[in-house]
Design a protein around this ligand. Structure first.
Ligand code: PDD
Length: 280
């Protein structure tokens, strides 16, 4: 464990010294929510959007946000190194209860933790990644960014065990999202992604891509995508805060398009980098 500084319950301290009780509800029940926020050139990216999603996640688990948006900004900023690209992980659990009881404890202070890691976005214009399609085994609150990620862990591991980078999930024959990402497809020249619903996490990267596409008159649509349509797509991308936009060039050992990152991915990738630079 490194010596990097993390934040825990009002204190900045080395990671190795950050300790919580085994009675924490996050540890015992996975009773908490989280956010992952990229920071480019040492500046938090779309912070308000991430904090708004955090508000929604907290509301959905009936936990009050312990901090205002301004307090969050002030709390997270000291963790960032100037001019570097990094990502902030923050987690709030329902706190430490006197006994293990599924029902909410009374008068308990939430546990607040934050740490910073590096980010490693895909930037290889000539190669993409492989993905595995799997039935989405998760629950009905996938729009809540809950720390309870066992299903996602198992789905992602199934992908890794099959030599793939991501699991692409489907429910009732329709695409939902990736185990750790949102999914886009280019079908008949239109950039498509499933609409927001409790079946997917409303990704911030997803929003940014749709925004950029619309601004640049790239035809796009938020619509249900049957898996057999997805298999015929000329491009598939997975998107997330820590990896930006990754081209999928192989789904279940079948080539997507010509098996290389597509032309629209190349344009969107470039536009995304330009957008990041414009915020510098
Ligand atoms: N995960 N869907 C799921 C299930 C995710 O876990 C993520 C991101 C996304 C993309 O959301 P965003 O663009 O806001 O990062 C979609 C983060 C990075 C994680 O769990 O580490």
């Amino acid at each position: 464990m490194g010596n990097e500084t993390v934040y825990l319950n009002g204190q900045y301290l080395p990671l190795a010294n950050a300790k919580i009780s085994v009675m924490d509800r996050g540890f015992l029940f996975g009773d908490g929510v989280y956010e992952v926020i990229p920071a480019y050139f040492g500046k938090l990216f779309r912070l308000d959007d991430h904090l708004e999603r955090l508000d929604n996640s907290l509301k959905s688990i009936r936990l009050q946000n312990p901090h205002s948006h301004e307090q969050w900004r002030n709390l997270l900023t000291p963790l960032l190194k100037k001019d570097l690209d990094q990502s902030v992980y923050l987690q709030i659990t329902r706190g430490v209860a006197p006994k293990r009881d599924h029902a909410f404890p009374q008068h308990v202070t939430p546990t607040v933790f934050a740490m910073v890691s590096g980010i490693n976005p895909h930037s290889d214009p000539d190669n993409g990644v492989k993905a595995l399609s799997i039935e989405d085994s998760r629950w009905k609150l996938c729009h809540t960014k809950a720390i309870t990620l066992l299903a996602n862990v198992l789905l992602k591991q199934a992908a890794v065990d099959n030599g793939c980078t991501e699991a692409i999930l489907f429910k009732n024959g329709y695409l939902t999202e990736g185990a750790t990402s949102n999914v886009f497809a280019v079908i008949d020249g239109v950039l498509m992604t499933p609409p927001k619903s409790p079946a997917i996490l409303p990704g911030i990267t997803r929003d940014v891509i749709l925004e950029i596409a619309r601004k640049n008159n790239i035809p796009c649509s938020e619509q249900a995508i049957p898996m057999d349509e997805l298999r015929k797509a000329s491009e598939i991308w997975i998107t997330s805060s820590t990896r930006e936009i990754i081209p999928v060039v192989d789904l279940d050992d079948e080539k997507i398009g010509d098996g290389k990152p597509g032309a629209l991915w190349k344009s969107l990738y470039k536009l995304f980098q330009e957008y990041k630079l414009s915020l510098r």
